[in-house]
Write a protein that binds this ligand. Structure first.
Ligand code: 5BU
Length: 459
């Protein structure tokens, strides 16, 4: 192979670095702009690049190669072809349908994965990619990078225990170009000044605590929920999907001390009588200090929803503290829920749900702008202004054979920044619901506390 310097000059001819004044996504003005994607269009260069990257470290240890999407995908592919180390593919977004896998290809838990990145700046996209790979129980220890912009990313990753192998850095690139008459001394000086003043301090996004959310909460029901969560050190909502009044009251009594709210589907109670079902339920809620959440999932025009909310045998308006509602009927369909909090259905947990990205986006617009809305049900992160409720939680199962898909408390608090987890069968179908509620409560609280930590990447 030619020398590294000659190789760089060949790459440079493809227009991968431009000098001038460029406004970056962050709003900062940069004296240079890097885009390594043209490298993939020259097969000889791509092949040479793959070999230069592979030559930087011993390869005996790696079972897999993975590129950070998109620019590094062809590089990782070429490295795999040259080294015979199998390739896995990281998605940018989880699939909407079928498996929610973020990583595609054949791999086994515990395997070592070599990560490939084109350009490292703050290190943010690498940190996120590593978290997702580690989520699949794969190990990442080494990262190869084509160009280091020298703005702090390498140090960040090294401080977290990863080895970062960079083929070129911007200073040496400038020297090569200066020697070759491509860059004037003034330009080099300008770049050096920029690099001195532009170390990006990448702060991982942390979640707000219940205390902070409590202080900012506008709606009285949000305030109350957060107050109970803090007092009980619990973020658990038990879903009481039982079908008799006796079973409902029995469950409420048993799990009451450990939960912040009991979620009902009141229309599945076969012997429902307002006096015999609701009045004692309210007593138990008062005694154990939890709220009542009716999971009615209203989905009609405003007038019909109002009737369903206030009339019939259930008279939900008289006893529920908060209710779930679809937002498919539009903003005004939520106006009738004046005396309760509304939890908007943004995304569902079941396989094949129609709550696609674009649906969720529209649903969130309604949820965020309506004063009756206190939160959303979703399997994806939502803005912090409203509370996130996540069902589909079970410590023992991954599904129920009827389309339900389960996550662990650790997953939803760490990756979704969930506020409250909803557990049904994991508790009411257990042999000892009281003990099960306590286990979920402790697990949920521990996961919440962990999710407050700034640096969830463990080594
Ligand atoms: P499970 O037994 O933990 O699977 O019960 C989950 C409860 O949450 C059940 O009452 C559902 O109706 C409810 N749920 C859900 O599972 N997934 C969703 O997306 C929504 C509600 Br919305």
């Amino acid at each position: 192979m030619e020398s590294k310097k000659e190789f760089f000059l060949e790459c440079y001819k493809l227009g991968i670095i431009k000098f001038g004044r460029f406004t970056l996504k962050s709003g900062i003005e940069s004296p240079f702009y890097v885009d390594l994607r043209p490298l993939a269009s020259d097969p000889k260069i791509l092949k040479n690049l793959a070999n230069y990257l592979l030559d930087m470290l011993p390869l005996d240890n790696f079972d897999l190669i993975c590129g950070v999407p998109y620019a590094a995908l062809p590089m990782a592919t070429a490295m795999s072809l040259e080294s015979y180390i199998p390739l896995i593919i990281k998605r940018k977004e989880a699939k909407e349908y079928g498996t929610k896998k973020m990583i595609e290809g054949i791999y086994q838990k515990g395997q070592n994965c070599l990560l490939v990145e084109d350009v490292i700046t703050s290190g943010k996209s690498l940190v996120e990619t590593i978290a997702e790979i580690e989520q699949e129980d794969l190990k990442v220890a080494d990262i190869v990078v084509v160009l280091d912009r020298e703005q702090g990313g390498k140090q960040l990753l090294e401080s977290r225990g990863y080895r970062v192998h960079t083929l070129f850095n911007i200073s040496e690139v400038c020297t090569i170009l200066q020697e070759n008459g491509e860059l004037s001394d003034d330009e080099v000086k300008r770049i050096q000044d920029f690099l001195l003043g532009n170390h990006i301090q990448f702060e991982e996004k942390t979640r707000s605590s219940y205390q902070q959310k409590f202080e900012n909460a506008q709606h009285s029901v949000s305030k109350k929920l957060l107050e109970i969560a803090l007092a009980k050190e619990s973020n658990l909502i038990a879903s009481a999907d039982v079908t008799t009044t006796a079973a409902l009251l029995d469950l409420a009594e048993k799990v009451g001390p450990h939960i912040i709210a009991l979620k009902t589907h009141i229309d599945i109670i076969s012997d429902f009588e307002y006096e015999k079902t609701i009045l004692p339920l309210k007593q138990i809620a008062l005694k154990h200090q939890f709220l009542l959440m009716e999971d009615r999932k209203f989905a009609d025009i405003g007038n019909t929803q109002e009737l369903q909310f206030t009339s019939g045998v259930f008279r939900i308006t008289d006893w529920a503290d908060f209710v779930t509602s679809q937002v498919i009927g539009g903003f005004e369909s939520l106006d009738c829920f004046k005396n309760v909090g509304v939890v908007a259905i943004v995304g569902m947990s079941s396989k094949g749900t129609l709550t696609s990205n674009s649906y969720r986006e529209e649903a969130l617009k309604v949820a965020l702008s309506h004063p009756n809305v206190i939160g959303g049900v979703s399997q994806n992160p939502i803005p912090e202004e409203i509370l996130l409720f996540t069902p589909g939680v079970n410590l023992a199962d991954s599904g129920d054979g009827k389309g339900q898909q389960y996550n662990t408390p650790e997953h939803i608090f760490k990756t979704l920044h969930t506020d409250f987890m909803i557990v049904g069968r994991g508790i009411y179908q257990s042999e000892n619901p009281e003990q099960a509620a306590l286990i979920y409560k402790n697990e949920g609280w521990k996961s919440y506390l962990n999710s407050l930590e700034k640096n969830p990447v463990e080594h």
